[in-house]
Design a binder for this molecule. Structure first.
Ligand code: MN
Length: 271
């Protein structure tokens, strides 16, 4: 099978290299990834500027493509014929830091996988907890990629060989533990984040305007069984199937019952 690997942490990330190596046991792998850390860009795309692509070596001597664009741009490049083949699956990660519950809407890692399923290609987003906590940056600390990397490769094979209905996005999150520490793997639903951000005013910036920090404390989550948060807290790998059906069907009935035609102007003032 043919596998496109990307991420949002940038092509130098050790998480990307770990999953690429594990996936090489399943077939042909191409890596197209951002040239720098693009975490939390969500589904951004580059429309106003050109995209530069540079071939760069990995520590094992193989080559990958470094792109001055977003994770979604990377998947787009592949789908538009940049590679000599179309991927059978998109794997995005391994992200350094979890992508759980509501966080997935901000995540560049998950956004790249969304692009896969939008294009009809099954996709996996894979993330690991960070030793330094939520706001740690860079690659500091010890990451245990092995278990989740090989788990991802085996799951990718099942996705592509039609053992699972596709296209589907699987969002994988792993505790940062070695094989002895990981207690299992389970299917989950997205849980609910508790954000504890505060508006903190700082000394003014160079342009004389006001300056703030708005993302601060380590976020928490609601303790609910069956959620991705709960599985990872129990030291298990969490797998959440995700789709892109954003329409609120119950909401359609509610809004229809308002009688939208009755809200049309017809020259009436708003009362
Ligand atoms: Mn990231």
């Amino acid at each position: 099978m043919r596998i496109l690997v990307t991420n949002d942490d940038g092509i130098d990330s050790p998480g990307l290299f770990a999953v690429k190596q594990a996936l090489e046991g399943c077939g042909e792998v191409a890596v197209i990834a951002p040239d720098q850390n693009r975490s939390a860009v969500g589904r951004s795309i580059t429309i106003a500027e050109s995209i530069d692509v540079l071939e760069v070596p990995f520590p094992d001597g193989s080559m990958g493509y470094s792109v001055n664009g977003t994770p979604v741009d990377c998947v787009r490049l592949a789908s538009l014929g940049f590679l000599e083949w179309e991927p059978d699956i998109v794997v995005s990660g391994i992200n350094l830091g979890p992508n759980l519950g509501d966080d997935i809407t901000y995540s560049g890692t998950v956004a790249a996988a969304f692009e896969g399923i939008m294009l009809g290609i099954p996709a996996i987003a894979v993330s690991i907890e960070r030793p330094g906590g939520w706001k740690a940056i860079g690659n500091e600390g010890v990451f245990y990629f092995d278990v989740v990397a090989s788990f991802t490769a085996r799951l990718a094979e099942k996705l592509v060989t039609n053992e699972l209905p596709g296209p589907v996005l699987l969002n994988i999150n792993s505790p940062n533990l070695d094989a002895a520490g990981i207690k299992g793997a389970e299917v989950t639903r997205l849980g609910k984040r508790i954000y504890r951000d505060q508006l903190v005013e700082e000394a003014p910036g160079g342009n004389g305007g006001k300056r703030y920090q708005i993302y601060g404390d380590d976020p928490s989550y609601h303790e609910e069984e069956g959620t991705d948060f709960h599985a990872v807290a129990l030291q298990k790998i969490s797998v959440t199937p995700i789709h892109f059906a954003l329409t609120n069907l119950a909401g359609m009935d509610m809004i229809r019952d308002l009688g939208l035609d009755s809200l049309l102007d017809n020259g009436r003032p708003v009362d």
